[in-house]
Structure formats: structure tokens, C-alpha cells
Design a protein. Structure first.
Length: 250
């Protein structure tokens, strides 16, 4: 069974209560390029939801910051206005925080976005399996993390990640692993082994952490070592940094 950090149980309960509301907590809605993973460089409309069930050492988002309570119609209106301004938009990225904490709101809004011709790109920490089941039919691309215990306060999610990935495979999916200077090789290998045991054709992105709060990226030699390990067992492995951080864009 997945271990859940007690510090965040109350937050999840509060979030689930908020799901009964016709409005949702949104940190921001904006247009930019995708800065991570295999879709890097494509313009997307980002809907950033408040709240997360995890607290990772490398997190670069204030998931619990000030937000606006927006209705379904308000969110759709903002998305449509951004697409009008940027008609080359590839997709709508649901991000956070953890967007699947708001799965019931998403189940209401995504059919409307699909009717209007949007592709839906879900960025997720890959732990909330039941929430994913609620909306997987309305998503086009799933970009999920595999969280290593060393970067997630020692919490272990191997079982949850395995179950999550099996559901996500109903759609296009890619997996991201964030690595730091302190990432242990045995943890990284276990993540690779988990992925190859389900589908070795799923693309894996090794993402060196962006320096923050004393967390530093691996040296190049270590990154290449991780790439060599993963490439022995998986068909497509890439090292991709956060390009939006390099470009200094949102």
C-alpha cells in the first residue's frame, strides 16, 4: 500500500471538500511553451491548480499560494481568450500542484474543452489512481512523474506508480524522473525496473533538478550514468532540463 505522509492527509480532505463547490482554486492560467519532457518547446495554455498531496524537495511551484476561485465557465472563457490570441496552441496543460486533486471539476470541464477542439495534456505526480480513472477518457497525453523516495521526504510510491501507469497507458504517456546530486543509483534503477516491467516503450525523461533551496543537479558524468542505466532496459530515454528556467520564462 502507498504510504501517505500524515502532514498532507488533512490538506487532501480539505481539497476533497472543496470539490463539492462549483468553483475551483486556480493559481494561474497563462500561455507559454512547455518547458519539460518530450513536448518541450510547444506552446500550451497552462491551467495551474492549487494544492498538492506531496511535498518534494525540488518543487519549484508555490502550490499552496494565493489563488482565485473560478467557475467552469470562467476557466473556459480564459482558455478560449488565450487560444484566440495564440492560435498555434498545441494543447491545454493541466498542471499544479497536483491537478488530479480536482478530478471532479475536471470531469465537468474537460468535455467542454474537447468539444472546442482542445487536446488535453495532464501533468501529474502519478499517485492518485482513483482520480485518474475518473477522467482518463477525457485526456490525450499523460505526463507522469516517478517520485524517488530521496526527493519526496522518504515516502514510497512504487505501488501507486505501477497502478497509475497501467491506467495511463490507455492514452499516450511519458514518464519523468527528477534527479539531484544526492539521487541514489539504486532508487533510480528501481524506477527504471518498474517502467520496463510494464511497458519498455514508454518514453522516459531524466530531468536534472533546477538548483533551489540547497538542492543541486547531478554532475554531467552522473547524468550520463543514469542515462546509460535506463537505456539498457528502455527504448527511449532522454536527458532534458527545464528549458523554461534556462530561458527565464514562466
Amino acid at each position: 500500500m502507498t504510504q501517505q505522509n500524515p502532514k498532507f492527509k488533512r490538506h487532501i480532505q480539505m481539497t476533497n471538500e472543496n470539490l463539492k463547490s462549483p468553483k475551483v482554486h486556480i493559481l494561474e492560467i497563462f500561455s507559454s511553451i512547455q518547458g519539460e519532457g518530450p513536448y518541450i518547446g510547444l506552446r500550451q495554455i497552462f491551467v495551474r491548480f492549487k494544492g498538492c498531496n506531496l511535498r518534494c524537495s525540488f518543487c519549484d511551484t508555490d502550490s499552496f499560494g494565493r489563488s482565485r476561485d473560478l467557475s467552469k465557465d470562467e476557466v473556459i472563457k480564459k482558455i478560449l481568450s488565450l487560444r484566440k490570441r495564440y492560435p498555434n496552441t498545441h494543447s491545454v496543460s493541466l498542471t499544479g500542484g497536483e491537478p488530479l486533486l480536482h478530478s471532479k471539476f475536471l470531469a465537468g470541464i474537460l468535455p467542454e474543452l474537447k468539444k472546442k477542439g482542445f487536446k488535453v495534456y495532464l501533468e501529474t505526480n502519478g499517485t492518485l489512481c482513483d482520480n485518474l480513472k475518473e477522467i482518463i477518457g477525457l485526456v490525450d497525453i499523460v505526463s507522469m512523474d516517478i517520485k524517488l523516495p530521496g526527493t519526496s521526504e522518504g515516502m514510497v510510491f512504487w505501488g501507486a506508480h505501477k497502478d497509475f501507469l497501467k491506467i495511463a497507458l490507455k492514452k499516450e504517456v511519458n514518464v519523468k524522473i527528477v534527479v539531484s546530486l544526492s539521487t541514489k543509483e539504486r532508487e533510480f534503477f528501481r524506477a527504471v525496473d518498474l517502467l520496463r516491467g510494464i511497458d519498455r516503450n514508454v518514453p522516459m525523461v531524466i530531468q536534472p533538478v533546477s538548483s533551489k533551496n540547497g538542492v543541486e543537479p547531478p554532475k554531467a558524468k552522473r547524468l550520463f550514468r543514469f542515462h546509460d542505466i535506463a537505456s539498457r532496459y528502455l527504448r527511449e530515454v532522454r536527458i532534458i532540463p527545464q528549458i523554461h528556467k534556462i530561458l527565464k520564462v514562466r
